[in-house]
Ligand binder design. Structure first.
Ligand SMILES: *[C@@H]1O[C@H](CO)[C@@H](O)[C@H](O)[C@H]1NC(C)=O
Ligand SMILES: *[C@@H]1O[C@H](CO)[C@@H](O)[C@H](O)[C@H]1NC(C)=O
Ligand SMILES: *[C@@H]1O[C@H](CO)[C@@H](O)[C@H](O)[C@H]1NC(C)=O
Ligand SMILES: *[C@@H]1O[C@H](CO)[C@@H](O)[C@H](O)[C@H]1NC(C)=O
Ligand SMILES: *[C@@H]1O[C@H](CO)[C@@H](O)[C@H](O)[C@H]1NC(C)=O
Length: 420
């Protein structure tokens, strides 16, 4: 795709609640050098107030059409006919939104945002269109340059993203930070397995969230759940390639990690690095509690079930006694094939994992593995109960029983208070 054909949109919304409409019927624009009839997108507006249906959006700005520069391609969504009244919910993405492909086009001062929505409430983005971050130059830069997140919401409420496709982001594709009430439904996210740090959906400090009926293929976590997330329901997701569905890494640099009430069910993971994973750094504080994984199907996943409290991105990290406490995590119906190890529950020496429940875990070695052998299940300092069927047999006696319940409760309480 030539850069002259790029429609580049940067949105910075401030201080007030605003909704807007973006319709980029890119194909028809480039073909006709005009604007298409499909450009009106005030559908809810029209329903609410029929007299508004005569509002015709202004013609598309043709940013940098022919001669592309960053400065000439920053414009307001109001130019597309958006209302910005905080009431009209008229966002629709059809056609394709393309980010500038060349790293040099991006402002050095804020390279991390492309489509960025702050303080929006009761807002929906939907449509049959594509948001394409064109991130390949970022992925292959050396040293790694970071890059932009394709679609990000900050401090929003009641936000829905549905039906659209988000692809090839330089960094994570869809991010929610400090939001309350989020629904992601029927979206497709895709970037190559080899694209570094391209999480599919990344959540932090976000609660009351539903993510469902979506396909995610990327180079990092399909769904990444960071500190401050609670009441999250993830279901009917296809993930792969990618690193699976992950809580954490939490507790980096002795920080506080708090994640609770997470339900992940009816998931299919294919050719991923892990399946369902909780990872924490040594030295952190806080808790991960009340997490359930139900009906997780895996196919050629390296390690389907992971708790790693020794997470470290270098070859060695300093051993520390403090840890984010992990409790009440259930695994029920984890079924399929693995290529390295069926289960890896490595809990902190000083803060054991408690209330780990294993029910009906049936994992077989994958025939499509190039691996030279398989590791048995590992459980280190993890307490809980297991119920058959459990396969392979190394899972049978993996967990320790909750013998010292009182001590464990005490550990839990002291960590809990940090998250109140
Ligand atoms: C969002 O919509 C709900 C009900 O539809 C309404 O109660 C609430 O006030 C709205 N919030 C904002 C910020 O407009
Ligand atoms: C979300 O919508 C509900 C009603 O549907 C409303 O009560 C609530 O205030 C809204 N929350 C936000 C943060 O807009
Ligand atoms: C899902 O989104 C696609 C467009 O990407 C649309 O064609 C399809 O109808 C949607 N499915 C549902 C069930 O909404
Ligand atoms: C655990 O989380 C689920 C939601 O996944 C919630 O319905 C339930 O009330 C939570 N249990 C506790 C003890 O908080
Ligand atoms: C941390 O402790 C483990 C065993 O408990 C040991 O194998 C490892 O070498 C230690 N790491 C460092 C950096 O001291």
């Amino acid at each position: 795709m030539k850069s002259s054909r790029i429609l580049y949109l940067v949105v910075f919304l401030s201080k007030f609640c605003i909704s807007f409409s973006v319709v980029a019927s890119f194909e028809s624009m480039t073909k006709s050098h005009g604007y298409s009839k499909k450009s009106a997108a005030h559908e809810q507006d029209q329903q609410k107030s029929p007299q508004n249906s005569a509002v015709v959006p202004v013609p598309y700005p043709l940013p940098g059409y022919g001669s592309f520069t960053a400065r000439s391609t920053v414009f307001s969504p109001l130019a597309f006919g958006a209302k910005g009244d905080g009431v009209a919910d008229d966002s629709l993405v059809d056609g394709t939104l393309l980010a500038p492909a060349r790293v040099s086009t991006w402002s050095k001062s804020s390279p991390y945002q492309w489509l960025n929505f702050k303080w929006v409430h009761n807002f929906t983005i939907k449509g049959t269109g594509f948001i394409n971050g064109q991130g390949s130059q970022w992925w292959h830069s050396s040293p790694q340059l970071g890059g932009n997140q394709a679609l990000r919401f900050y401090a929003g409420g009641n936000i829905t993203v549905r039906d659209i496709t988000i692809m090839n982001s330089a960094l994570c594709h869809l991010k929610f930070d400090s939001c309350v009430g989020v629904e992601v439904n029927n979206v497709s996210i895709s970037s190559p397995e080899t694209s570094p740090n391209t999480d599919g959906i990344h959540l932090q400090n976000t609660r009351d969230t539903k993510i469902h009926n979506s396909n995610i293929a990327c180079g990092d976590d399909c769904i990444s759940i960071q500190t401050g997330c609670s009441n999250l329901h993830v279901h009917h997701i296809n993930c792969g390639p990618g690193h699976g569905i992950s809580i954490g890494g939490l507790g980096k640099d002795n920080s506080l990690g708090c994640v609770s009430n997470i339900k992940v069910e009816n998931i299919y993971l294919q050719n991923t690095l892990s399946g369902v994973r909780i990872k924490t750094w040594q030295g952190g504080a806080g808790t991960v509690k009340n997490v359930s994984f139900y009906n997780i199907r895996v196919s050629n996943v390296a390690i389907p079930v992971v708790i790693d409290q020794f997470y470290c991105d270098k070859s060695r990290c300093r051993n520390q006694t403090r840890a984010v406490a992990i409790s009440d995590v259930s695994y029920n119906q984890i079924i399929g094939t693995y290529s390295v190890q069926p289960m890896h529950l490595a809990c902190s020496d000083d803060v054991p994992c408690t209330g780990v429940d294993l029910t009906d875990v049936r994992l077989k070695t994958s025939s499509s593995s190039y691996n030279q052998g398989f590791l048995p299940a590992l459980c280190w300092n993890s307490y809980g109960k297991s119920q058959p069927p459990l396969l392979p047999s190394s899972i049978d006696d993996c967990l320790r029983r909750n013998i010292n319940g009182d001590l464990i409760k005490k550990v839990e309480r002291s960590h809990d208070s940090a998250c109140q």
